[in-house]
Unconditional design. Sequence first.
Length: 101
Amino acid sequence: MSGKPVEFHPEALAEAEAALAWYQERSLRAAEVFVRELEKGIDALSDAPHRWPQYEHGCRRYPLLRMPYLLIYRETAASIQVLAVAHGRRRPGYWRVRATE
């Protein structure tokens, strides 16, 4: 990464870990794809955080290309903060309270 550091909200980290565990129980290949897509997303956010459109509450969202997950994030002066690793079809907006913390 050559851009800003990417930091995960504790609940976003827990969401990523839970998704990975779910995939690992079903398919190691799918788990590997999830990790690769997550790593690609982290690198992309670090290098070009403004590339993805404004979403809600001053946040942006990055879709993982081969998985049904979104990285919900915001940029600060010092870093990129990932507020949620959200499934694209479950509980929309549950993460909004994190944007006000």
